[in-house]
Design a protein around this ligand. Structure first.
Ligand SMILES: *Cc1c(COP(=O)(O)O)cnc(C)c1O
Length: 219
């Protein structure tokens, strides 16, 4: 099933769109199947879970962190991940930068936008993204590569469209500033129920879990 799902998705996605297989709560064996079918990037929400999978899988894929990163997990995250998609504060960015300097590494990051403006969610408000990115662009051991956003609805996919549209506008506005040290290359938005709409509205990275691995059992 996983292999067929991946192959179907890879055929469907336009060539400019990168697929991140969102692997929370999946076993290393399931993730390996996805890789064998052509997945190149694994998305992980939890550092410890990613460590366990990494021990089995290693660099057969790129690893993107897509969860909420706590400062006390940054050191492990920096060692493991190729990109952190969820930077949403100066404090977190400074910590990543500091650890990267020690590790002699430059981390690619995306700034997470709270596109639905939901109180309980992480990410910065769309209008705060530019200011944050200007501040972060001075950090030498992180490289800002774009934006990441989640739509607010789990239900009707079409309802997520306005949030994707707004995030794309924010992305384009920041890109047009040509800030030194900032390469607005990736716009990561869209999940299983919304990726088609996200791509129509400009996403070039989609993070897909259940459509690859099947429905998750809710904890
Ligand atoms: C779980 C998750 C996804 C994928 O969700 P699905 O609905 O299973 O496709 C994408 N992004 C993030 C941040 C996630 O936590």
């Amino acid at each position: 099933m996983i292999k067929e799902n991946v192959r179907g998705l890879l055929q469907e996605l336009p060539a400019h769109v990168e697929l991140v297989a969102a692997a929370k709560a999946r076993t290393a064996e399931e993730i390996l199947e996805a890789i064998e079918a052509g997945v190149k990037i694994i998305g992980e929400n939890y550092v410890q879970e990613a460590q366990r999978a990494f021990e089995v899988i290693g660099s057969r894929a790129k690893w993107h962190f897509i969860g909420h990163l706590q400062k006390n997990k940054v050191k492990k995250a920096v060692k493991l991940f190729d990109m952190i998609e969820t930077v949403d504060s100066k404090g977190l960015a400074v910590e990543i930068d500091k650890i990267c300097a020690q590790e002699n590494k430059v981390m690619q990051v995306l700034v997470e936008i709270n596109s639905g403006r939901e109180k309980q969610k992480f990410g910065v408000m769309p209008e705060e993204a530019e200011g944050l990115i200007k501040e972060l662009s001075r950090l030498r051991n992180i490289s800002i590569m774009g934006l990441m956003a989640m739509g607010p609805y789990a239900g009707e996919p079409e309802l997520t469209r306005p949030y994707f549209v707004e995030t794309k506008k924010t992305f384009d506005n920041i890109k047009a500033l040509n800030l030194p040290g900032v390469e607005m290359k990736y716009l990561s938005m869209g999940m299983t129920n919304s990726y088609r709409i996200a791509i129509e509205e400009g996403a070039n990275v989609v993070r897909i879990g259940s459509k690859i691995f099947g429905e998750r059992e809710e904890k």
